[in-house]
Design a protein around this ligand. Sequence first.
Ligand code: WT7
Length: 650
Amino acid sequence: MSDRAIDTLFLEERRYPPPAEFAAQANAQPGIYDVAAEEFWAREAQERVTWFEPFDAVLEWELPYAKWFTGGTLNVCFNCVDRHVEAGLGDRVAYFWEGEPEGDRRALTYADLQREVVRFANALKELGVEKGSHVALYLGMTPELAIAMLACTRIGAAHTVVFGGFSAESLSDRMNDFGATVLVTQDEAWRRGGTVPLKRISDEAMAAAPKVERCLVVRRTGGDVPMAAGRDTWYHELDVSDDPSTCPCEPMDAEDLLFLMYTSGTTAKPKGIMHTTAGYLVGVAASHSYIFDLKPESDVFWCSADIGWITGHSYIVYGPLCNAATSVLFEGTPDFPDKDRWWDVVERYGVTILYTAPTAIRSHMKWGPEYAERHDLSSLRLLGSVGEPINPEAWVWYHEHIGGGRCPVVDTWWQTETGMVLITPLPGITTLKPGSATKPFPTVEAGVIDEAGNEVGPGGGGYLVIKSPWPAMTRGIYGDDARFRETYWTRAPGLYFAGDGARIDRDGDFWLLGRVDDVMNVSGHRISTIEVESALVDHPNVAEAAVCGRADATTGQAIVAYVTVKGGVDPTVELMAELRNHVAAKIGPIAKPANVVFTPELPKTRSGKIMRRLLRDVAENRPLGDTTTLADPAVVSEIADRASEAPAED
Ligand code: WT7
């Protein structure tokens, strides 16, 4: 990265010190950073989790594999459900479930959840699931998805949840890799008033997954679906008990496999990221409590992610339930039936903590603050962001228009592989800077290294690494030790290589710069796509922007910017020039895009990530790679057409 570009990063001078009232009542107090790692985690493990047998050692570290809380036995479902009921919290709401069709809603208390989980676990047993079985879950955002996960953990079966937006082929690939013998799905899922045929997709997937013997089907829409005799069973037709004494919680070893979450890497084959029982549970429960300042008796927590991703696993299901929290579970989308749906949910349930993604915040920005203004959002006291670097403009908009200027914003950096948040502010302690994830979580040692593996000083850009183990870290890629070592542990021997670019400023705060494959090199200067995007969305006419590099004979790479403009703005040639100059003025002439391509939408995965790989393909006139994970594959050909018409600047 050029010195000039790095200097620009220090131009973000807005500071948000913790409000005094928040600090006074916060779960995390400043001394939290002073406790030694093993002491910290031993205490968290003892205080947050109920053990059947106590652990002997806190950590056994044989790089790159960690074992935490060895010798201990516990059960995740017991910790997330049963013990809360036993402690007299049975009447507390675990989930306010808001279905997509308006008026379709349901509150589940912890006592309800216990009955439902026992019933589901007994159903799974009926189908032959036992301790050590592998179960695939392919459902939408219904309570039954969380219930099925907990039911698996209750009887000691490992699960893999496959996001309900994935195709039959993705589902069968994952089931085959995992060796799943049972699949749980639902008839159909609601999606913007239409339906997604999950059972039919499952049928297609099962045809290519011969190890799957049984399929349990939850009824959701009531749509007509074919059922294969001997293989498929309706959940509601099984006559099984919901009495906890009929299905005790299986004692599990601390290091028993809890679940796999598949994530894409640099090759076509997704990686089955392994998470185990105790370290994961302790890590997500502790991080959830400190980062979101959770007060289980009074807060209503809403993480807007899908349970089909790691964010939903850690911060809709396991972290919040272990902490006896009340959460919102939302089946719908932010703009159906109208663009104020989220704010209606916040008002209806009195949400106090909202955790969402920058891409969603930017959509709301694009639609305008009037939708939020229709509702009373005064219950909110804390906001969170995750999934990609948040540009300062979106951060400030979120803080102002959603948080009413009073709620701290925690920008949380983590990954499927890390299991829990690793870099984040602690509300009540950290002075916030829009666009910075600030500091490593207590006990986490993070750093930035250069190509040669040397630590980079303040202000310098480089690769983000984590230097010591943490409880919720992945225990590897399922069935692929070589790929695990190669992907994460060889670039900097002994350090966990996250694949993200980062820099640390003079206050020791971390600024994430996006995946390292998204860093461009123009005339020998490294420029983050994120920086350029951030500069573009800073322009009042821009709603969203994605930037990538294309090969250039002279400069190595040249910058291509794909831009969506705000409603009512004309995407003119004059605006193109203005945007180029705007970027040049914000970052430096080196960052000036050679091409600006106006487009009505950016190509995004169903989880909302911009697919820069496809943008690079378009920018370099290559045949388009795999577009099957796009939410709307038509977007990319439209962009290709427009790109071929866009004038380039010399
Ligand atoms: C990648 C991990 C677990 C979070 C959901 C995505 C990017 C995530 C941030 C953030 C900057 C972020 C990174 C990371 N990322 N959060 N706060 N600031 N970048 O999980 O699909 O495993 O993706 O998301 O690039 O490597 P994932």
